[in-house]
Design a binder for this molecule. Structure first.
Ligand code: NAD
Length: 486
């Protein structure tokens, strides 16, 4: 899996359709905790990837679909057992490599194990249909079986923030449907993907049907254009999704893109529990979640009370080294994102907004969790409204009624999720109907979890849904087989 370089840093190989490969060029992988290099990985070029795709195209994609479904399901059980066995190693990598707290790293490993074990629920959507010819004069005395077939090879492109779960989720729905799997993990957090490939190999996953290609996203154009890859499933920013669609041409796309969610707080909400849940939704994994809360639209009657309660809850958040068990908010993945935080705060203040809590940079990759206040007439001008800033910062806005909150939420280019806190069920139902998002959470902060309930965005937040038993439709296609008895 790796050798140790002269400076003591583990230098990983990567799994390329049966071969553990290294390359002349490598990438230094840094921990956001202290920006120290903790691993190195190969930096591949298209020539290397081209021959890997050829191998998968000619061999791997047939090997995977030749495994009977019942046997294929057992592979996921075996991988889940291995993940359980090596869970501490994965937790350590998620803490050092991503800056996650131990409990959130443990949560990601548990979610990944559960996702593997729920592959059996995906297969219910893999059946086809029977269509009798009786209803049309041209098809009398014939009938058709409409079969679902895998599309071939799925290219999965995963983000830095869930470097194990996103890999596992895309792996399960792609391969249980019979597709081969080429994985491009985020270059800043590639180690869990490489370790996962090792588990898949040990579990007996067909070796020619899996590759982990490590290279920076900006060098992916030729891979994206490759006609042998029939599906691209990307989780990442909207800008990356837009680029991939432009470059990739005719393919099947699954796109889980940028978000940052809105919350509506109605005048009859329970303020104490609402504030506590909203602050968890703002600060969990330092706000580096697509479903993290970025806007709070609160009705004027409870506005001041909610504001104080939010500030009190934010005071309880302790920022620092995530290896310290008392810390509940670790670092931000890189210092560039923290520069963007400072820029967006300046922009808030310039446009008349107020910093209610936090606002300070605490080091190259650390920030205070931050709440700002903006007037409803100015909020649409904010940088934070126009572009997702991927860390722990939220904007509080006073509104006169729910319809104002809905239109401020809907006019953002993103449409991932929303949450509503309140008691009047009729008013909640009306709001649900008008919100242009993929999911609405009632009296809770948005959380996608393992996708037992499907999630995914509208508008610039993406195309398609990820969810157990849902995405399977996007990685398969129909084949019509007509039986003629005339
Ligand atoms: P990112 O867009 O920078 O990178 C995501 C992946 O795309 C990485 O593997 C990256 O290397 C690759 N990539 C980047 N540029 C590329 C290019 N030109 N061609 C091909 N691949 C390219 O995103 P990130 O910073 O890793 O992750 C954070 C983003 O992901 C946020 O916008 C967040 O909202 C989004 N996200 C969305 C969901 C969802 O379910 N909708 C879930 C998690 C994260």
């Amino acid at each position: 899996l790796y050798t140790i370089d002269s400076d003591g840093v583990p230098h990983f190989k990567t799994f390329l359709a049966g071969t553990w490969a290294s390359s002349k060029d490598f990438e230094n992988v840094k921990s956001p905790i202290d920006l120290e290099v903790y691993a190195r990985v190969p930096r591949l070029n298209y020539e290397m990837i081209d021959s890997v795709i050829a191998n998968i195209h000619y061999k791997g994609r047939w090997e995977i679909r030749d495994i009977p479904g019942e046997k294929r399901l057992k592979l996921y059980d075996r991988i889940a057992n291995l993940l359980d066995k090596y869970r501490e190693d994965f937790i350590q990598v998620l803490v050092v490599g991503n800056g996650k707290t131990v409990s959130s790293a443990r949560g990601e490993v548990n979610a990944s194990i559960e996702r593997l074990l729920r592959a059996d629920l995906d297969v219910r959507k893999l059946y086809g249909e029977y269509v009798p010819g009786d209803w049309s004069s041209e098809s009398l005395e014939s009938e058709a079986i409409i079969r679902r077939e895998p599309l071939g090879i799925v290219l999965a492109i995963t983000p830095f923030n869930y470097p194990l779960f996103d890999v596992v989720n895309k792996f399960v729905y792609s391969t249980v449907a019979g597709n081969a799997f080429v994985l491009k993990p985020a270059i800043s957090t590639p180690i869990p993907a490489i370790m996962f490939a090792k588990l898949a190999e040990i579990a007996g996953f067909p070796k020619n049907a899996l590759a982990v290609i490590t290279l920076p996203g900006k060098e992916m154009d030729k891979v994206i254009q490759d006609k042998r890859l029939s599906v691209i499933s990307i989780t990442g920013s909207t800008e990356t999704g837009e680029h991939i669609m432009k470059v990739g041409g005719i393919k099947q796309y699954i796109m889980e893109l940028g978000g940052g969610d809105s919350v509506i707080v109605m005048r009859d909400a329970d303020i104490a529990s609402t504030a506590q849940k909203i602050v968890t939704g703002i600060t969990s994994y330092s706000g580096q979640r697509c479903d993290s809360i970025k806007f709070i639209f609160a009705e004027s009657e409870i506005y001041e009370k909610l504001k104080s309660a939010l500030i009190e809850e934010l005071k309880k958040i302790k920022v620092g080294d995530p290896r310290d068990p008392n810390v509940n908010m670790g670092p931000i993945i890189d210092s560039k994102t923290v520069d963007e935080f400072e820029f967006s705060l300046k922009d808030v203040v310039e446009k008349g907004g107020v910093i209610l809590y936090g606002g300070k940079r605490l080091g190259p990759t650390y920030i205070e969790p931050t709440l700002v206040e903006a007037d409803k007439s100015k909020v649409k001008d904010l940088y934070l409204y126009k572009k997702e800033v991927f860390l722990s910062i939220a904007v509080l806005v006073k509104v006169n009624d729910i319809s104002e909150a809905i239109s401020l939420s809907n006019e953002r280019r993103y449409g991932l999720d929303a949450a509503i806190f309140g008691s009047d069920i009729n008013e909640i139902r009306r709001a649900i109907r008008f919100l242009e998002v993929g999911a609405v959470y009632i009296n809770d902060f948005p959380r996608h979890g393992i996708g037992y309930f499907p999630f995914g965005g509208r508008k610039d937040s993406g195309i398609g849904r990820e969810g157990i038993g849902y995405t399977i439709e996007d990685v398969t296609t129909y084949k019509t087989i007509v039986y003629n008895y005339r």
